[in-house]
Design a protein. Structure first.
Length: 300
């Protein structure tokens, strides 16, 4: 079984080498209503953030994603000696020695430790950044492939649970439709019995009785809610099959189904033989819809 759905949670790593450089990419993701990407780069490599974001955005539509880049094997920066500054230090030291008769002379290591004598280049060499950019594209694409595979694997288990709940809901809905279709005569009979209990030997106007029975049947008519629930289930199945950016649409359908089942529960008649079973079925549907809504929160 395969699925086009993707979970919003996932983890993947990939490494790559070029010359003496090694780059490790780590991707972690959890649920989020929107696309929220945080890129964690070594200081000085900010130029790599834009291409990294572009690549991730091509594969991920929703979720909180953390992207970590770790670089090893960078050649150490070659220090530069500020000879002019060193000359000034040594000249000043020689003058002090002559003026005060000092005998100790500055050695080489002491001179190199003087502030500003040794200078390290700031930031990364442009050619190193360029090489890392090429390496990043290859390694990040590999990490994203693994990331996508993990999210699909998780989504496959989610889909099994979701579709099992959908089929339970469909079966309960079918039985509920059958029972509610048969409820009209039972509702009218229960109304006659109840009125007879209340009025005793008083004569009842048949026309008035029929009018009240019809009104009660109309108020308990659940055909519209049942029809909408059937339609929502059909849409739910279609979106799961399509799989692309399904999470938000499935969440919306779950909200709509919750609204319909709550209205339906309020309309179901009581005090007829099938009442208990009808309410049992409606509550089972509501429970499964609530579970569905929890599960679709994990889908991209």
């Amino acid at each position: 079984m395969t699925t086009r759905l993707r979970s919003m949670t996932g983890f993947a790593e990939a490494t790559g080498q070029a010359d003496r450089l090694e780059l490790r990419v780590t991707l972690r993701a959890v649920n989020h209503r929107f696309f929220d990407l945080h890129v964690h780069l070594p200081e000085g490599l900010e130029a790599l953030e834009a291409p990294a974001r572009r690549l991730v955005r091509q594969q991920v539509r929703r979720g909180h994603v953390d992207l970590y880049l770790h670089v090893e094997g960078v050649e150490p920066a070659v220090p530069r000696i500020n000879r002019r500054l060193a000359e000034l230090y040594l000249t000043a030291a020689a003058e002090l020695q002559r003026q005060f008769g000092l005998g100790e002379r500055l050695d080489t290591l002491t001179a190199l430790r003087l502030p500003g004598v040794i200078q390290l280049p700031a930031g990364w060499a442009p050619e190193t950044v360029e090489r890392l950019g090429v390496l990043l594209e290859r390694v990040l694409r590999e990490a994203l492939e693994r990331f996508d595979m993990m999210r699909r694997t998780e989504a496959l288990e989610l889909e099994k649970e979701i579709m099992a709940a959908v089929e339970r809901t469909a079966a309960a809905l079918q039985e509920l439709e059958t029972l509610t279709a048969q409820a009209g005569p039972a509702v009218a009979q229960r109304l006659r019995e109840r009125l007879a209990e209340l009025t005793g030997e008083l004569a009842l106007d048949p026309a008035r009785l029929a009018q009240e029975a019809a009104l009660l049947v109309v108020r308990s008519d659940t055909r519209e809610e049942l029809s909408r629930l059937r339609s929502h289930l059909a849409q739910f199945r279609a979106i799961v099959r399509e799989g692309v950016e399904a999470g938000r649409r499935l969440d919306f359908l779950c909200q709509e189904m919750q609204r319909e089942i709550n209205t339906l529960l309020a309309k179901l008649p009581g005090m007829i033989p099938a009442s208990e079973r009808m309410h049992e079925l409606a509550l089972a549907i509501r429970h499964d819809v609530e579970r569905l809504r929890e599960q679709v929160q994990n889908i991209e």
